[in-house]
Each structure stands twice: as structure tokens, then as C-alpha cells.
Design a protein around this ligand. Sequence first.
Ligand SMILES: Cc1ncc(COP(=O)(O)O)c(C=O)c1O
Length: 357
Amino acid sequence: MSKAVHGGNLEELSRKFNLDKEKLIDFSANINPLGVNEKVKKAIIDALDKVEKYPDITYYNLKSAIGNFEDIDYSNLVLGNGAAEIIFNLVRAVNPKKVLIPAPTFSEYEEASLSVNSNIEYYYLKEENDWSIDKDILSFINEDIDIVFICNPNNPTGVITKKDILLSIIEKAKETKTIVAIDESFLDFIKSSDKYSLVSLLKDYDNIFIIKSLTKLFAIPGIRIGYGISNNMDIINKIQSISVPWNINILAEVAAINSLNDKEYISKSTAYIEEEKKYLFKELCKFNDVKIFKPSVNFIMFKLKKDIDLKYELMKRNIIIRSCSNYNGLDKNYYRIAVRTREENEIFINTLKKVIS
Ligand SMILES: Cc1ncc(COP(=O)(O)O)c(C=O)c1O
């Protein structure tokens, strides 16, 4: 099991610190603040009787729904019990001797690589460079690197890597026989995601592997559903062969199909989050003791210039945020918050004023 500390562990926190779970506002997990789509909830309830049967082992309907959503052939897909399982299955399938991982980034690329004893090289992102990936990353890609992971947009910095940089990485990686694993789990939070997604390039390159989670945009992290897409059938078949059969339960299948089919919920969510992101950004910019990094999707990273344990201080006031102290490349002064509802965002800003002024 992963040892990494993540956001969203409210159960554990309330047990440890004797907090009333019902009163907590969770800014630590980057989940759509609109919550589960009511239509999806109803579809799950209507499907409850189906749990008496096994899911379709080929997952034809689910793969077709994802295929339609991504505009790809369903044979290019592998399914995971969350994107986390896809990341672990990818490294188990490739068994890389060495991987390249930017830092800071989502910790499971490292955890998964360590689970198969890979060596890890880090490409350190710099604050003075706005945490962006530059062309100098190319000099880190060589024949020894079997997989390079890129989280786009990056969790926790929120930085989007533009297509031209990604293309030069993919071209170099093609020469060195390196797989470029791009995690686009947060990309659908932006309306113009097509501008950044590499899905349309898949047919031209067989060294791209795209990782996607459905748990964030559709607010279903408890359901667990994610997928990988690649034109490289060797990798797809290998992952298929090491995947546990029926790794997606029937309720997750129903939730995913119904979520993907509701375009109205998706556009309502992206518009709402865009507005709330702007609100939080504007309000956070007013704090002298906060250095805020420009967000792109539904979470915001900032640096506190004051020596207080902000996570603890806010927790005492029932607000849970993500301390970035355990991210490689960051320290205890960095925090990440999710974009929540207006009411919750106002509570956060007002409480922050009290705590740091
Ligand atoms: C960048 C990124 N990828 C993947 C995941 C895992 O998502 P899932 O809930 O689908 O396992 C997360 C979860 O926080 C994430 O931040």
C-alpha cells in the first residue's frame, strides 16, 4: 500500500485529533465542489440490484463511453480502480530500471516506481522559474530512462506544460525508447482542455501513455475509477495481462458511464470552478504574508511567509488544507487548497484573515 500522505484523509484526522467530522470543511482533496451529479447518484441507486452479478469482464459499455468521451478507439484503453491503480499497473507492466520524475509532483509516480525497485532521477522545478518544465529537461532523457512522468497540469503547483515542450520531450523520448506518461487527471477542469491534451497525438506516437482519473471532476473518489490510453498495444496488452479481473465494480461502471454522458454537468462544473478559482485567487492576493502561484484548475498552491503551522491552526477551526511539507522539492511553508463552493471559500478567507493577521 502507498505510504504517501494525501489530502482528503478526514477520517484519520478526526480520529487522531478528536475532531467532529461533520463540521470539517475539506480543502485538502481536489474534488469538484458541486458534489456528485444527482443523475449519477440516481443511476447508482437504480443499479444496486446489479451487484448480485459480476461486471462484464470486457467492460465493453464502459470502454465505449470513455472512447466516445476521448474520441479514441476503445481498444486503446486500460481501466483502473482509480488513476492510482493505472500508475501502479503501468510500472508493473514496464518494470522500469530508471524513471524520471519532476519534483514537486504527485507522489504516486515515485511510490509506484519504488514498489518495483526502480531508480529515480528527479528533475527539480524551480520557484524562480514559476515551477515550469523547460527544455533543459531534454538533457535528463537518455537510454537509461524507461519512463518519464509528467503531471499536466501539475499537482500541487497547478502549472500547465504547453504542447510544444511536451512534443520535444516525446520526440527525444522516441529516440531513447522512453515512455512519456502524461497524467491529465485534472485537465478536464478547463474548458479549453483540447489545447493541452495529448490525446489527439496518440495515433502518431507509440511512446505516449495518458493517465486519467474520473474521481476529481465527477466528485466520486470513493467509487474509484480511472484509465490509461495509449497507441502502444504492447503496453496496453501487458497492463491488461497483469490487471486483476473485474477490477472495476458494477457501481463504478454505472457511475462512470452516466458521468461521462452528462455534458451539462461538466460545463456547469467548469464554469463554476473557473469563477470560484478567480474569487479565491483575488482574495488570496490581498494577503501580504501569502505568495500565491497562479492556478490553472481546481486547486491553488501558496507559500506562507509567516512562521506558523497553518494546517494545524486552520484544523482547530474545522478547515482542512493540504500541507505541502512532504512533497519532494517543497517545505512546510507551502500549502495547497482546493477550490470549493463560494460559501466555503468565504469561510476559508475569513478564517485565514483571523489566523495570520
Ligand atoms: C495528479 C493525480 N493523478 C492521479 C490521482 C489519483 O486519482 P484516483 O482517485 O483516480 O486514483 C491523483 C489523486 O490525487 C492526482 O492528484
